[in-house]
Design a protein around this ligand. Structure first.
Ligand code: B12
Length: 340
């Protein structure tokens, strides 16, 4: 049963983007009143970005509370600290904004959510005492296919799309398994591109160019990939914490459809690796630490290395949905106005 907030008599729901937005506006107004230097530092356009950021913090906070996984918010905090540092935003401003959000949300959320959110924000504010944890480089020339990954990434960042395609296609034609090229070269390069953007080392334009090139190159690998006619297993991958609720609704949508009832659903990707039991919270049948392990779990449930996760025993992994396209189409995932 939901209890009401003692102060207002009604409960704030962070699940609702409009309510998040209203709290974000209020938080920025309060923060600017407390510290008049903010208006001079950021100007009107900067103020609008502060509101967007605050709404974004609330979306991640909501997901961490709803999933009972504070790690989701604390990992986000590391990310947002490094991103804003690269953009020249003083850390004290982010810290101040989170403190105001804590002040505003605690009295208005339903009792359990209020305490959960407060504990998460308390841990977040204390985390500022240490530097943020930064992601390490995803490319290791000593790893299998590491040199190819290094060359592929250099070609993309240098704007040489044709060269990048040739490198990958030559490797596949020479017998390198597509799965290895996908995981060790393309996936790693995409993650490294994200890291370089996060640390302000490449521009949004470069990131978009590299991603479009990788998508086109993946499409050229399709003829090499076996396509199953019927799915016994649906694999759903999320790249961002803000997409976990979309995954939850997608799982529910599949379950609600008579054709989807017998299908086994595996979920994975970054948020599921941050919080080990999150797959249960979204109603899936299991999870795997990466795409290869998910396929192995289906092919050979006895030998697949899936510690602490449920092993699958269906015969065929049929479909993988990823990042924003499929999830957004299905469930309207949040989108931030600033490109990235
Ligand atoms: C390309 C990209 C985009 C593109 C997406 C295009 C598209 N068609 O999807 C665009 C430019 C639109 C975009 C937008 C944004 N992005 Co973006 N994006 C990326 C980037 C650089 C690469 C994504 C990718 O291709 N990864 C490669 C794939 C192969 O790997 P993967 O995503 O991990 O997915 C695989 C695994 O999850 C695997 N898998 C693992 N385990 C399991 C288990 C099972 C069972 C299964 C089935 C699969 C599976 O399956 C997947 C497929 O192989 C990432 C960086 C990164 N680390 O991924 C940032 C990244 C995800 N983006 C980020 C951000 C912030 C954004 C924006 C908010 C930016 C903004 N200000 O607008 C928006 C949000 C958009 C939205 N609607 O939500 C951040 C997220 C940070 C965070 N803390 O969550 C990242 C991490 C970049 C960074 N380092 O800062 N993005």
């Amino acid at each position: 049963m939901q209890s009401e907030s003692p102060e207002t008599g009604t409960c704030l729901s962070l699940r609702n983007p409009e309510e998040r937005r209203a709290v974000a506006e209020e938080a920025v107004a309060l923060h600017y009143d407390d510290d008049p230097a903010l208006a001079r530092r950021y100007g009107p356009a900067g103020r609008a970005k502060c509101v967007e950021d605050a709404a974004y913090h609330l979306a991640y906070l909501d997901e961490a509370v709803a999933s009972g996984a504070p790690a989701l918010f604390l990992a986000y905090l590391d990310w947002v600290r490094s991103l804003l540092a690269g953009l020249g935003v003083p850390e004290a401003d982010l810290r101040g904004q989170l403190a105001v959000l804590r002040r505003l949300t605690f009295p208005r959320l339903e009792h359990d959510a209020a305490h959960a959110a407060d504990a998460i924000l308390d841990a977040a504010l204390r985390a500022f005492e240490a530097p943020p944890r930064l992601p390490e480089c995803f490319i290791d020339p000593a790893a299998p296919l590491g040199v190819l990954a290094e060359r592929y990434l250099a070609a993309l960042i240098g704007g040489e799309r044709k060269r990048a395609a040739e490198l990958v296609l030559a490797a596949v034609e020479a017998g390198t398994p597509v799965a290895d090229v996908y995981l060790e070269v393309i996936q790693r390069s995409q993650r490294e591109i994200g890291r370089l953007w996060q640390l302000s080392r490449i521009s949004v334009g470069q990131e978009h160019f590299c991603t479009a090139a990788s998508q086109a190159i993946i499409a050229r690998l399709y003829p090499h990939i076996f396509a199953a006619e019927r799915a016994d297993v649906v694999g759903i991958s999320a790249t961002m914490v803000a997409h976990v609720d979309a995954v939850r609704r997608l799982v529910q949508g599949i379950r609600d459809d008579a054709r989807g009832r017998a299908v086994r659903i595996l979920v994975g990707g970054y948020p599921f690796n941050l919080a080990g039991s999150l797959w249960q919270a979204v109603g899936a049948d299991g999870s795997a630490p990466d795409a290869r392990a998910a396929v192995l779990a289906q092919a050979d449930p006895e030998t697949a290395d899936l510690p602490q996760r449920q092993r699958g025993d269906g015969p065929q992994l049929g479909l993988v949905l990823d990042h924003q396209d499929a999830l957004k189409r299905h469930a309207g995932a949040p989108h931030r106005a600033a490109p990235g």
